[in-house]
Design a protein around this ligand. Structure first.
Ligand code: BTN
Length: 247
């Protein structure tokens, strides 16, 4: 349950029935002095936010959770927040028998379909990330599009599954988020790269970047996508690598 973990890590969990967005609520809470460890959960959202300004359709039955953090990381270290927390959630679910994989750069994937996603928002002052809100949406029992998958129906085929309800999913997700967050540092997320790469479905994919062909060889310690170029081009050495930020 949420209570013992909340006590241990000093979380302050606020649960709402229906609000526009848990990320927005988290920013409102920050404006009113909310401490890191404040957690906002909604049963549904009326203006849920997705990546790149998209909408995150958020009917009842899904998990909508945001965590207030004060990372104090340099501004160019921000991507790690999304990658490390996604890794933490995938690992926490994996430990409970749900084989979640990671797709560049914020998708949680189950059986090749989208189980959920992370939206990290940051506030920067003097080149430092002073506040961050990590928002997590996971499909539980809500309706999903054909490209998506719901965890409850997946688990109904898994008799030994250790996640019995939305509240347990919330607790596991929060624990995973924090365990991933603990790896974030100005020096990067080096220690979790081997484990990240095992879950990373983009590994080995061929892609084209600005007209050049290459292959995905992993992520960097800063959370950028590493692409090894085939590199016939005269101005780069053979097998040179480029580092792509999300987006
Ligand atoms: C994505 O586009 O894949 C990221 C989706 C993130 C959705 C979550 S739901 C809880 C939190 N509040 C929001 O408004 N968005 C995030």
């Amino acid at each position: 349950t949420l209570a013992p973990m909340a006590a241990e890590a000093d979380f302050a969990v606020e649960v709402y029935e229906s609000i526009p967005s848990t990320n927005q609520k988290a920013w409102d809470a920050i404006a009113q002095g909310a401490k890191p460890g404040t957690v906002i959960i909604a049963e549904r959202q009326t203006s849920g936010r997705g990546q790149w300004g998209r909408q995150w359709v958020s009917p009842a039955g899904g998990l909508y959770l945001s965590v207030v953090l004060e990372p104090n990381l340099p501004v160019n270290c921000g991507y790690q927040l999304t990658l490390a927390t996604a890794w933490g959630i995938a690992t926490a679910l994996g430990d409970r028998g749900v084989p979640v994989k990671l797709k560049w750069h914020n998708d949680l994937i189950l059986l090749g379909r989208k189980l959920g996603g992370i939206l990290t928002e940051t506030k920067v002052r003097h080149e430092k990330i002073i506040h961050a809100v990590v928002g997590v949406g996971i499909n539980w029992a809500n309706p999903v599009p054909t490209t998506g998958i719901g965890l409850q129906s997946f688990l109904s085929q898994q008799p030994l599954a250790a996640i019995d309800c939305l509240e347990t999913l919330a607790a596991v997700t929060l624990q995973g988020t924090i365990s991933g967050y603990k790896f974030c540092s100005p020096g990067g997320i080096d220690p979790l790269l081997p484990s990240y790469h095992k879950l990373f479905i983009n590994m080995g994919q061929r892609i084209t970047v600005e007209g050049q062909n290459g292959v995905v060889v992993g992520i960097s310690d800063r959370g950028e996508l590493r692409v090894r170029l085939d590199s016939q081009s005269y101005n780069s050495s053979p097998n040179s690598e480029i580092y792509l930020p999300p987006g």
